[in-house]
Ligand binder design. Structure first.
Ligand SMILES: [Zn+2]
Length: 56
């Protein structure tokens, strides 16, 4: 099992649409595969999607 690089908690596996990633429930870390890491808007939309996932 993968663990969070920030807090070493076990990472949850998430499916967002057709993309799979891992995220930490404890500290909110998310290992998000992004094609354009230099685009902050892209990362922000991923965070929003993950936040919606946890709020549901
Ligand atoms: Zn964590």
């Amino acid at each position: 099992m993968e663990v969070c690089p920030r807090c070493q908690a076990p990472l949850e596996r998430l499916s967002l649409g057709d993309v799979e990633t891992v995220a930490c429930n404890r500290c909110g870390y998310a290992n998000v595969p992004v094609d354009h890491e230099s685009e902050p808007e892209d990362a922000e939309s991923w965070r929003d999607a993950i936040n919606r996932f946890y709020e549901n």
